[in-house]
Design a protein around this ligand. Structure first.
Ligand code: EPZ
Length: 421
């Protein structure tokens, strides 16, 4: 296994380029199952989760070719309809093939994703939506077995909870269903907007893109002609580098971003007394005289993202005063707290609320363990300001979602290197 060694008390400077969004790319790869043509997707992040999803496409009978940051995917000969446990257990996003495969082939089998490090994460809402469209779903030997012998029919779906993956699966299923599907309480994340736009550009009528009510006119199993496109920038990777600038109190320009997607992050950094300069495709974080504490509640887009909660907790350890973070989406997304305590942070947990006292504000380097993707990035940020050396173990979590993390951090002045245990 590999680990990262970071020497702290660093100042960062210069510019960093953000990669394509992992969480946009995953459903977009799944959407290629709806197509009859080869599609070239560019600005693909080079991260482990994308490679895992491509492996799944390969196992299902599709093909792919990589060329720089572009990947050409052809699912026209896809024939296998089962996403097996060996892949699903390593990546829950595999569930995203359920909607498109079921809509195209009339049946699909996906291993049930188990719980995960950040919470139980059930998929009941995905299944309920597909059932409303006529699917018959059984759970057998740990597999979701879905069938729709007469095809999926358009339906009215009201989500009990806002679900990113549930909305994505339903949109993809609705694109090939027979008739009109209305999704009420749909998720509005930029990743969903891009998925809807790509499907709409392939000729499927979708109204309400970017709102909580989507109306989709299905093609009744006629496969789509999806045009080539670029993946949108990763707003969470961008937010992570913004927090890296803030925690080290450095000036850093973050390029190739969509500032509109970063509004909640920018607004919280401003509350913490950072000035953020913006232009069309970049944001620059400016140093501050004093980092102010902040109160954060995680919620759906356009609110503050749960995927940035851990990084802001690391930052709050450097604020003058007491901050709070209320995690509302996942019941177990505080695994980083015990590791931050090992670095000397003063954090108290009460249910889903963390209180961070930053007045002491000195962290001391030590050995810590990454527990999930974003928790790991919080440890990297903390290590940048900690006194001495921090070793972050189990960094395979980071590799799932951050492209060339040590290369990008080294380029902006961090002292970071990867070693084998
Ligand atoms: C997506 O997960 C992201 N993953 C997550 O990114 C992100 O944290 C999450 O959305 C919230 O923004 C991808 O896009 C691949 P949800 P997803 O369905 O789709 C509950 C990262 O670090 N729920 O919106 O799985 C669920 O338990 C990550 O990149 C049900 O109860 O999230 C949670 O409490 C990890 N039943 C809430 O809804 C369901 O059927 C939101 O989950 C589905 C979800």
């Amino acid at each position: 296994m590999e680990y990262l060694k970071i020497i702290g008390e660093t100042n960062l400077s210069g510019e960093v380029k953000i990669s394509g969004a992992k969480n946009a790319a995953l459903p977009l790869i799944a959407a290629t199952i709806l197509a009859k043509n080869e599609i070239s997707i560019c600005n693909m992040p080079n991260v482990v989760d994308i490679n895992t999803f491509l492996k799944l496409i390969d196992k299902l009978g599709g093909t792919f070719k990589k060329e720089n940051d572009c990947i050409k995917i052809d699912t026209s000969k896809l024939h296998n309809t089962t996403a097996t446990y060996d892949i699903v257990k390593t990546m829950r996003a595999s569930i995203l093939v359920l909607g498109p495969i079921l809509a195209r082939f009339g049946h699909c089998e996906v291993s049930l994703p188990g719980g995960c490090a950040i919470g139980q994460r059930p998929v009941d809402l995905h299944l309920k939506a597909l059932e409303a469209m006529g699917a018959v779903i059984k759970i057998n030997h740990g597999y979701i077995e879905a069938s729709a012998p007469n095809g999926l029919k358009g339906a009215k779906i009201v989500f009990d909870k806002v679900t990113v993956g549930g909305t994505e699966n339903t949109v993809m299923a609705a694109a090939l269903a027979d008739g009109e599907t209305t999704i009420i309480n749909a998720a509005k994340e930029p990743e969903i907007v891009q998925l809807c736009e790509i499907i709409r550009n392939a000729g499927v009528s979708i109204e309400g893109i970017g709102t909580s009510k989507l109306i989709i006119q299905g093609t009744n199993k006629e496969l789509l002609n999806i045009k080539d496109f670029d993946v949108i920038p990763d707003r969470i990777e961008a937010g992570t580098y913004m927090c890296a600038a803030a925690i080290t109190n450095s000036k850093l320009k973050i390029n190739k971003v969509i500032p509109l997607h970063l509004e909640a992050i920018i607004s919280k950094l401003e509350e913490m007394n950072f000035e953020i300069l913006q232009d069309e495709n970049s944001v620059t974080v400016m140093p501050t005289d004093e980092i102010k504490p902040v109160n954060i509640v995680t919620t759906e887009y356009p609110g503050f993202p749960t995927d940035m909660q851990a990084q802001f907790m690391a930052l709050a350890t450097q604020a003058k005063g007491t901050s709070t973070i209320d995690e509302r989406l996942f019941e177990n997304r505080f695994m980083h707290v015990s590791e931050l305590l090992r670095l000397g942070a003063d954090i108290h947990l009460n249910g889903n609320i963390a209180t961070i006292n930053g007045s002491k504000n000195t962290l001391n380097g030590t050995d810590v363990m990454a527990t999930d993707l974003r928790a790991s990035s919080a440890l990297v940020l903390s290590a940048l300001v900690a006194q001495g050396e921090t070793s972050i173990h189990r960094i395979y979590h980071l590799d799932r979602g951050y492209e060339d993390l040590e290369g990008k951090f080294s380029n902006i002045g961090a002292n970071v290197a990867r070693f084998k245990e």
